[in-house]
Write a protein that binds this ligand. Structure first.
Ligand code: SAM
Length: 248
């Protein structure tokens, strides 16, 4: 997959030279490109912003350098949709990341200051995505978050693809709790089933924990799915062990 980013700060993306995004690039599963709107400014100060019409605080990113940077991006990545990272966009979820992962090419547009000239969004942007209901000073971090989340879902990137398949949200549930050595820390013991070597019981326990945790922490995720009889029985048993919790 190829992802191009339009950003005033391409240096920030060095963070993607670590961990899974680094592996994805080393395996050639992910290629990253950058275009800096400042390179398309037409004055000697390389201006990329100006004051807002109507007055008020802050600066607005000029349409023209952005348009030319996007045109350069489209030349290299002709199949790419242009995604503007914006607090006003659709909230990013696992499903949204999966859909973006399925694209061969993407162009991410990073705003700064008060944002970008609205006419640029109207004429160039295919979709807007938000990281959450808060405002950041720029879209570089959301763009990196998006690229990281996509990278770990690309085929052949993770050592064991099952690990992403079991992660929170991938199955519609939160992940089960994880433990590693030692078996006891300050009186807190690893659940005995995990030491039993009985794989069927371990699988059952993990499923039950995932259902129970989702019920306790994110009931909204369960509200939209019909549980199988077996899952409902696991959840009921979990709830009996947590007597304070109201039944679903
Ligand atoms: N005035 C804008 C508003 O209130 O909608 C916020 C501008 S913000 C300071 C600058 C840039 O950061 C935005 O243009 C956008 O690209 C990016 N940004 C800020 N918050 C974001 C979020 N929650 N998700 C994605 N991008 C965000």
């Amino acid at each position: 997959m190829e992802i191009g980013t339009i950003t005033l700060f391409p240096e920030m993306f060095a963070a993607l030279d670590y961990g899974i995004p680094r592996i994805a690039q080393a395996k050639n599963c992910l290629q990253l490109h950058y275009w800096n709107p400042r390179d398309y400014a037409d004055d000697k100060h390389r201006t990329v912003d100006d004051t807002p019409y109507g007055g008020g605080p802050g600066m607005v990113m000029l349409a023209k350098p952005l348009q030319q940077a996007i045109a350069a991006g489209r030349k290299k990545l002709p199949k790419a949709k242009v995604i503007y990272l914006s607090p006003q966009g659709k909230r990013l979820t696992h499903k949204g990341i999966e859909q973006l992962r399925d694209a061969e090419q993407l162009i991410l547009l990073c705003g700064r200051y008060e944002g970008v000239d609205e006419r640029l969004i109207t004429s160039e942007v295919d979709a807007e995505y938000s990281l959450g209901d808060f405002v950041l000073s720029g879209a570089e971090l959301p763009a990196m978050v998006l690229i990281d989340a996509i990278a770990r879902l690309l085929p052949n990137v993770l050592g064991d693809a099952q690990s992403a398949a079991d992660d929170s949200f991938a199955t519609g549930l939160l992940d089960w709790p994880h433990y590693t050595k030692p078996a006891s820390i300050a009186g807190q013991n690893v659940p005995s089933v995990l030491l039993s070597g009985n794989h069927a019981n371990i699988k059952r326990w993990r499923r039950q924990q995932a259902l129970g945790r989702t019920y306790l922490r994110r009931p909204d995720l369960l509200a939209n799915q019909a549980l199988s009889k077996a899952d409902q029985a696991l959840l009921d048993e979990f709830l009996q062990q947590h007597v304070d919790v109201p039944k679903r």
